[in-house]
Design a protein around this ligand. Structure first.
Ligand code: 13P
Length: 230
């Protein structure tokens, strides 16, 4: 079981350190833990919790204002990365071409890649074929057999809205993804203590990528305890 905390643009270097210390002290009972702090809070960390970056550019270093690359990640021994998050796609306009380029670069570097896909509410309204088409388009240029790939299904309409996808919705899309890859499959989108067990019980679900509910350490610990019971 994998639980990953995506801090997005929350927490500082100091509060991330404190969070990681408290997470290390918590009995995880075999639940694999990942924390993705903002770039300025990336830090060397040893222990059971793995720290990863939310995004990075496909270069070692260079003239890419506002970006971080391999050199900046290597300073802290970071070798885990989220790519293709819907906030990168929709707010910052990242194209599939750019995301696929990043994927190829960091795969070459042996990174563990949490790769996100998910449909918009408009696409969901059109039915399951449209959902599959949308997800397929987000997989173009991605090596689905890469051994360090983890795929996160994050429906855009369920992110940060408090309204999670139903177990039926999740089951359907995870089965579709499972037909394409043997990588671990996560769900993300308004995961919280009240729904995490139901979600983790879904057959093809290997864990959760959690935003809002992960930012508070006590709530995260609570979700780890609930995951341990599965
Ligand atoms: P929320 O848990 O806030 O819905 O965010 C999910 C997410 O985007 C994780 O990457």
């Amino acid at each position: 079981m994998i639980l990953a905390a995506n801090f997005k643009m929350n927490h500082t270097r100091a509060s991330t350190r404190e969070y990681l210390e408290k997470l290390e002290e918590h009995e995880s009972g075999g639940v694999e833990l990942y924390v993705f702090p903002p770039a300025t809070a990336l830090q060397a960390h040893s222990g059971k919790v793995r720290v990863g970056a939310q995004n990075a550019y496909a270069a070692v270093h260079g003239s890419f204002t506002g970006e971080i690359g391999l050199q900046q990640l290597q300073e802290f021994g970071i070798n885990t990365l989220i790519l293709g998050h819907s906030e990168r796609r929709h707010i910052f306009g990242e194209s599939q071409e750019l995301i696929a380029k990043k994927f190829a670069f960091y795969k070459e570097q042996g990174f563990r890649i949490f790769y996100c896909v998910g449909e918009t509410s408009k696409e969901r309204d059109k039915g399951s074929e449209a959902i599959h088409r949308a997800i397929e388009a987000q997989l173009v240029g991605v090596d689905l057999e890469y051994e360090k790939l983890i795929v996160a299904y994050e429906p855009v309409w369920a992110i940060g809205t408090g309204k999670s996808a139903t177990p039926e919705d999740i089951t359907e899309v995870l089965a579709f993804l499972r037909s394409k890859t043997s990588a671990p499959l996560l769900y993300g989108g308004s995961v919280k203590p009240a729904n995490i067990q139901e979600i983790l019980h879904i057959e093809q679900c290997d864990g959760a990528l959690i935003g809002t509910a992960s930012w508070d350490i006590t709530t995260m610990q609570e979700m780890i305890d609930l995951a341990k019971e599965i």
